[in-house]
Design a protein around this ligand. Structure first.
Ligand SMILES: *Cc1c(COP(=O)(O)O)cnc(C)c1O
Length: 218
């Protein structure tokens, strides 16, 4: 199947309010252009350097999503253009994003990553830490960032009921917080689990291999 066909198929299964973020990490500019020419405008990358290089070479109406773990010293490179930073997991990082956004005269949209997987390796905030962050005066003083919702990654497993319970956990947290915090986005779901994520209220799915095929890391 071609990239274009994959996008058409996936898009037809997504409810109208759900944004498809095409995860293009490791893929070349020409591979990404195939998706662009099929009408895709939201792309996700997990390395800042790689995203910057692609941004420089590609059409400027692309919305670039940083979906990977972010090192504070690299925020400055993406601050001029990044559309949404998905995996923010500390106040320290938010402050750096705020500082770099201010330098660029813009407000950068962010999501807070919630730790939902039963795996040691995944990043994210526990729900208590998240609520503490949202309640802190320091957070409320940051004028150049806007937290628009939550992001989560389920455990890498074939056990659907486990994935579902992890998605339901973040969905409940999202529903609890969304009115007071004006949250609109819940970023859950990848190639293997996006249908479950949609059932659990996802508004953004981050899909890579189901669009571009398997990745070659070399
Ligand atoms: C790579 C990646 C994805 C996409 O994974 P696929 O299984 O290829 O769809 C989604 N989210 C994050 C955070 C990723 O790093």
């Amino acid at each position: 199947m071609s990239t274009k066909q994959n996008i058409t198929t996936i898009t037809s299964t997504l409810p109208g309010n759900v944004t498809l973020v095409a995860v293009s990490k490791t893929k070349s500019v020409s591979e990404i252009m195939e998706a662009y020419n099929a009408g895709q405008r939201d792309f996700g990358e997990n390395k800042i350097q790689e995203m910057v290089e692609k941004w420089e070479q590609m059409p400027k109406d692309i919305r670039w999503h940083m979906i990977g773990h972010v090192q504070r010293n690299k925020v400055k490179y993406m601050a001029p253009f990044v559309a949404l930073i998905h995996a923010v997991d500390s106040l320290k990082l938010l402050k750096e994003i705020n500082k770099q956004a201010e330098k660029n005269n813009r407000v950068i949209n962010c999501l807070l990553q919630v730790y939902i997987a039963r795996e040691e390796t995944k990043f994210g905030l526990e729900s208590e830490e998240l609520i503490e962050l949202l309640d802190s005066p320091e957070y409320k003083n940051l004028k150049n960032i806007k937290v628009v919702g939550l992001m989560g990654m389920a455990t890498f497993t074939e056990n659907e009921s486990q994935i579902k319970s992890e998605f339901q956990f973040i969905q409940n947290l999202f529903n609890e917080l969304k009115d007071t915090n004006k949250f609109t986005e819940l970023s859950i779901g990848m190639s293997s689990d996006y249908k479950l994520a949609i059932e659990c209220g996802s508004t953004m799915t981050r899909i890579g291999s189901a669009i571009f095929g398997e990745r070659n890391y070399n």
